[in-house]
Design a protein. Structure first.
Length: 347
């Protein structure tokens, strides 16, 4: 668009001080005729631009005048470039940032460029697997949200094969480094984790937006329902002092610490989505955690212990196939199987 070129031409003038028509044409990738017409248009519009003929001539801003197109403070500029710097930005955003740099006063330009080099985002976890969605999918979804276009989404839910569904994209949310799409479906509002998106196809149909929809409010309601599901079961347990820190690191805010017990252990409450899932989280801590209640979690722990003993007891040299452990009762095993896990020392 010509308006974009005029702004870019003005920023180029502001950066260089004096430019020739051929330099403007090369910078903006247009013909010299177009570049000259744009420079003349700036002068006609009231911008203090003038031309000087002859050797060493060119186009300049009168008296070295500058136009501050940003209106940003130094702190605002630094914050902007820290979060959207070239090391993490898309190609389109990097182009925008380069234009913005040209609009900055020289005293702020160096700090802005330094901010772009101050951080980097690594899109893989420690196992070198990508944990963020394909940038192309994110870009298409962002455009669909802004333009209000319905999409056909290829999506693989947890433990499910990829399927296809048509949704109304309403907004994108980033939570703790994970991106989500909030979308309308035939079953109401749903969230889709972008790392599980396999394909995005624009349908050309307009989005059906719920009346009075507000993304922040919708996200609070959706995430609140998810959080309630994550904390559907609460277990009371006693934890060895050497295990408490590890338990807190593994489960974070799902652990509520009580007071010390007479034997030196600590009473805690641990939340989980279901008895089986909660038992699975706690089983890896061995005898460092003893669940006191509810019985459903104890039963699942006993079952897991029995399964582990049956699978691995023969690999422990000199150890009996079955051994008693304090706190694990045969009655805890669903079905009354009299099997107890091998005692493991607390370290």
């Amino acid at each position: 668009m010509r308006a974009d070129r005029l702004v870019a031409t003005l920023l180029f003038l502001q950066e260089r001080g004096r430019v020739t028509v051929s330099e403007v044409a090369a910078e903006l990738e247009v013909s010299e005729r177009t570049a000259r017409r744009d420079l003349e248009a700036l002068a006609v519009s009231g911008i203090p631009v003038y031309s000087q003929r002859g050797r060493g001539g060119g186009w300049s801003l009168v008296g070295g005048a500058r136009t501050d197109l940003t209106g940003l403070t130094a702190e605002e500029i630094r914050a902007l470039f820290l979060v959207t710097g070239p090391l993490t930005a898309t190609p389109e955003l990097r182009t925008t940032l380069r234009k913005l740099v040209r609009a900055l006063p020289p005293t702020l330009r160096e700090h802005a460029q330094a901010a772009t080099r101050a951080g980097v985002v690594d899109a893989t976890d420690w196992s070198r697997n990508a944990v963020t969605a394909d940038a192309a999918h994110r870009s298409v979804l962002h455009g669909a949200v802004v333009d209000g276009i319905r999409v056909r989404l290829g999506y693989a839910g947890p433990g499910k094969p990829a399927g296809e569904r048509t949704v109304d994209p309403l907004g994108l949310v980033a939570k703790a480094g994970v991106d989500y799409l909030v979308a309308g479906t035939d079953k109401g509002l749903r969230t889709f984790r972008l790392s599980r998106v396999r394909s995005v196809e624009l349908t050309g149909e307009p989005v059906v937006r719920p009346p009075g929809f507000d993304l922040a409010t919708a996200w609070r309601e959706l995430s609140g329902a998810f959080q309630e599901g994550m904390n559907a079961v609460s277990a009371r347990a006693r934890v060895h002092p050497g295990t408490l820190g590890l338990l807190q690191r593994l489960l974070g805010g799902r652990v509520r610490v009580g007071g010390p017990l007479p034997d030196g252990w600590t009473e805690v409450w641990v939340d989980g989505p279901a008895p089986k899932a909660l038992a699975g989280h706690l089983a890896g801590l061995g005898a460092g955690v003893e669940v006191l209640e509810p019985p459903e979690v104890r039963q699942w722990l006993a079952r897991l212990g029995a399964e582990l003993v049956a699978t691995y007891a023969a690999d422990v040299p000199g150890a009996p196939a079955m051994a008693a452990v304090d706190g694990a009762e045969a009655a805890d095993v669903p079905g009354g199987v009299d099997v107890r896990p091998v005692q493991q020392p607390v370290r």
